[in-house]
Design a protein around this ligand. Structure first.
Ligand code: FMN
Length: 219
């Protein structure tokens, strides 16, 4: 599965089978996580075969079932956009490796996550991983026109970027972001909402993949 195919195939999945993540898949995922950590200064950690964080009431209310694997993303305050960007890179890699996922800000027990924190770091969010009972379903989406502005006619690469951004996960499916194209330069802004800055990093990563990084510059 290519990364573009992964963008289309990915949907939030909260119920997982008992199948363990095999060592080859773990190694491939860890290679990308190491790359992300080196580039971003974040501290993304793969935690496997550890059910406690998804055992409690919060996970129950969030409809999580049998989640024993997840990414714990630690970072310094102010790292929200990078958390979104690099976390989504890990999510799409996981999808391409045959795994399912769900970003999780609230529906887990933070204190039960056995991640390592360096000084100044906090656990920002986790991403549930595993082999889903289903592949999930596409989310309802706002229209493209509601989420972008262009100076003149929309170029093909901008449209492809927006199509990829519309498929991105956002907290509560809020899609509170806006992309603007002006003189070949793209800017992306977060609206007001829970985790909107993290969402912005996620949608920017999707936009880059859809549009192709060579076609434009970020403002
Ligand atoms: C930053 C962020 C936080 C999220 N937190 C939770 C959560 O606490 N509990 C949950 O069940 N889903 C959570 N989600 C999953 C979203 O509800 C889901 O991605 C959204 O409804 C869009 O659906 P999709 O992922 O299938 O495209 C979160 C997603 C993001 C991006």
């Amino acid at each position: 599965m290519t990364i573009m195919e992964a963008i289309k195939a990915r949907h939030a999945v909260r119920s997982f089978t008992d199948r363990k993540i095999d060592s080859e898949t773990r190694t491939a995922l860890i290679a990308v996580i190491d790359e992300c950590n080196a580039e971003s200064g974040l501290h993304i950690q793969l935690i496997c075969d550890e059910p406690k964080a998804f055992d409690g009431m919060m996970a129950h209310y969030g409809n999580f079932k049998n989640c024993c694997n997840y990414l714990a993303i630690a970072g310094r305050p102010g790292s929200d956009e990078a958390v979104g960007y690099y976390g989504e890179k890990a999510v799409l890699t996981a999808q391409a490796l045959g795994l399912n996922s769900c970003w999780v800000a609230m529906s887990y027990s933070k204190s039960k996550v056995p991640c390592k924190l360096s000084s100044g770091e906090k656990l920002q969010i986790v991403i549930a991983l595993g082999y889903g009972e289903t592949q999930g379903i596409p989310h309802k989406s706002k229209s493209m026109g509601a989420l972008c502005r262009t100076d003149d006619s929309m170029t093909a690469w901008f449209k492809a970027g927006m199509e990829a951004a519309l498929l991105a996960p956002t907290a509560l499916n809020q899609q509170k972001f806006c992309f603007t194209l002006k003189d070949g330069v793209v800017s992306a802004k977060a609206g007001l909402g829970f985790y909107a800055k993290m969402d912005l990093g996620i949608v920017k990563y999707h936009f880059e993949l859809g549009a192709g990084k060579d076609h434009f510059k970020w403002a």
